[in-house]
Ligand binder design. Structure first.
Ligand code: KIV
Ligand code: ZN
Length: 512
């Protein structure tokens, strides 16, 4: 029997981007959107137009850039929000407006301070108004998971009557359990008047670790759209992970009567890109996209897999686009081979970017014999996505012995001038960071510093991710180099530059 289509609504660029430290610049968002298009998601929620000028511009740019997926902006059930959302998606081939209002007693009483009847009226007005701009209008009852099901049925029926094409059921705080959530979707399917005129969508958060299970329970009970993010990034514990839902449906197609149009071989690439751009490292045992997801360590498993893969493998790595971590290039490789490999890995670079990346590749190949795919991912993330628009590292040295305190000397480019500073620290990285703090004129609030090796061997690229905090916001810097002190210094500067972008200033103190 033909399967129903399950629509994949990706909110990596909205709910995902909203999570601490995951903010992206315009170029990064466009690249993620291109990857989502190659993945063939049905709808990209590109942002929340009213939330910032940056979000508005990014939605506009994405709407003009992609052609396959629908492009959507989130908006509250407020006139001004809806107007801005409509403007932001107007260039899209298939524009959608996604409007929402909270319906749980706790939100209506304490947050909105509105009666249920007033909330219902606002929901209908919002959908009616959104319909004057676009045909495709999605409506969400925020905190549906803790709302009264009869009230939900009334609200959804009223918005469908007003023209909503998709009704979304968010478990905003990740409170529900799979059977219970499935029952809620089933109830709505049976009690919402006019439900045959709309698609039921589910949107689950992972606070109790059951977002994917809840979404799949929704699907079993009639939902035909799942809202999710790549790598499950999102508010607090995150959202339903796109790769988990898609691969569950692909691997267990015997069990589900729905199928997605997702190009599963694009999953790995997209996952890596999102991880590199956001600096949110994927836990090694993460389903589908974790580094160990396809690794067989135990002897008994290795033995079984060698005899017959299916003994311990329910899907093969190629299904998600994982190829061997190939030895791709060396120092004699030319620009052509380099460009070809980048294309295969899913990167589209402009001429200038290619030149920049190629120079960096040559520098790495001089120091490191084998340049692997993972090195290339790190290189691109470093060269193309990082911000060195304010402060730029020109040079550093650290003098250290096992008996003395390390002393760093750092040269930074500030305002076209090269300035030098020097400081001691508890360790080499500490000395470099103290020197940079002194030079920029502020003690930066460093929240996290992690270092990991990209590939094996002592000549491997060492990747540093730092998180700094400023005015409640987290900024992530990431850099890789064969020298970990170099990547440490650069990652710190990248994070500081992002912080300055957010503050809207060029310098903390002017260069003297
Ligand atoms: O989690 C949530 O309730 C949301 C809605 C705005 C859809 O993200
Ligand atoms: Zn959400």
């Amino acid at each position: 029997m033909a399967k129903d289509k399950l629509f994949i609504f990706d909110t990596t660029l909205r709910d995902g981007e909203q999570s601490p430290g995951c903010s992206m610049n315009l170029k990064e968002k466009l690249d993620v959107a291109s990857h989502l298009e190659s993945l063939r998601v049905d709808c990209i929620e590109a942002g929340f137009a009213i939330s910032s000028k940056g979000d508005f511009e990014a939605i506009k740019a994405i709407a003009a850039h992609v052609t396959y997926p629908a492009v959507c902006s989130l908006c509250r059930a407020v006139k001004g929000d809806i107007e801005l959302a409509a403007q932001s998606v107007s260039a899209a081939k298939r524009p959608r407006i996604h409007t929402f209002i909270a319906t749980s007693p706790i939100h209506m009483e304490h947050k909105l301070k509105m009666s249920p009847d007033k909330v219902l009226e606002r929901a209908v007005d919002a959908v009616t108004y959104a319909k004057t701009f676009v045909e495709d209008v999605e409506f969400s009852c925020e905190d549906a998971g803790r709302s009264n099901p009869e009230f939900l049925a009334r609200v959804y029926a009223a918005v469908i009557k007003a023209g909503a094409t998709v009704i979304n059921v968010p478990d905003t705080v990740g409170y529900m359990m799979p059977v219970e959530f499935g029952e809620l979707i089933n109830y709505l399917g049976n009690h919402v008047v006019g439900i045959e005129n709309a698609i039921i969508s589910v949107h689950c958060h992972d606070d109790l670790g059951v977002a994917t299970a809840n979404s799949l329970a929704g699907v079993l009970n009639g939902a035909r759209q799942v809202e999710c993010t790549v790598n499950g990034i999102g508010e607090r514990a995150g959202n339903t992970a796109l790769e988990e839902v898609v691969m569950s449906l692909a691997v267990r197609s015997d069990y589900y009567n729905v199928a997605t149009d997702i190009e599963t071989t694009e999953i790995s690439k997209t996952s890596r890109l999102v991880s590199h751009i956001t600096g949110s490292v994927i836990q090694p045992n993460k389903a589908i996209v974790g580094a160990n997801a396809f690794a067989h360590e135990a002897g008994i498993h290795q033995d079984g897999v060698l005899k017959q893969k299916s003994t311990y493998e329910i899907m093969n790595p190629e299904m998600v686009g994982l190829t061997e971590n190939k030895l791709v290039l060396g120092k004699h490789s030319g620009r052509h081979a380099f460009l070809d490999r980048l294309k295969e890995l899913g990167y589209q670079l402009s001429c200038d970017e290619l030149q920049q990346a190629f120079e960096r590749f040559k520098a790495i190949a001089d120091k490191k014999k084998d340049v692997l795919d993972d090195d290339l991912h790190a290189l691109i993330s470093d060269e193309i996505y990082q911000h060195d628009d304010h402060y730029k590292l020109d040079y550093f040295e650290v003098n250290t012995t096992n008996e003395s305190r390390p002393k760093a000397t750092v040269r930074l480019m500030i305002d076209q001038k090269v300035l030098t500073g020097s400081s001691e620290g508890a360790g080499s990285v500490d000395a470099i960071y103290k020197t940079i703090d002194q030079m920029v004129g502020e003690t930066i609030d460093l929240k996290e510093y992690t270092l990991q090796s990209i590939t094996g061997g002592t000549d491997a690229l060492g990747e540093v991710v730092v998180r700094i905090r400023d005015q409640g916001q987290i900024f992530v810097g990431r850099s890789s180099s064969t020298d970990v002190l170099n990547s440490s210094a650069k990652a710190y500067i990248v994070a500081i530059n992002k912080m300055l972008n957010a503050r809207g200033i060029q310098r903390i103190k002017p260069a003297l």
